[in-house]
Write a protein that binds this ligand. Structure first.
Ligand SMILES: [Zn+2]
Length: 86
């Protein structure tokens, strides 16, 4: 069913039969906005919110670890250079 038909029938949600851009297989979509119901649930459910928050924290930790590793590598490289210069 397409969105136009759903609008004409006055349905709140419809299934378009096409995958949404977030990777959900032929999800239910809101007729009013055409956006994916599944996605909406993931964003606004407490669990989805928690997951999004966790993912954000994990990314932040990864960035810190990565910059620390890069920093150590730089320190080692400088030490090697300094030693070589002696
Ligand atoms: Zn979706």
């Amino acid at each position: 069913m397409n969105r136009k038909t759903a609008l004409e029938l006055g349905l709140k949600t419809y299934t378009s039969g096409t995958d949404c851009k977030h990777g959900h297989k032929s999800p239910e979509r809101y007729t009013s906005t055409g956006s994916c119901v599944q996605r909406h649930r993931e964003i606004y459910s407490p669990r989805g919110y928690q997951r999004a928050k966790q993912a954000k924290t994990a990314r932040a930790v990864q960035t810190v670890v990565l910059s620390f590793a890069t920093g150590s590598l730089l320190a080692v490289a400088l030490l090697v250079l300094w030693r070589a210069a002696q």
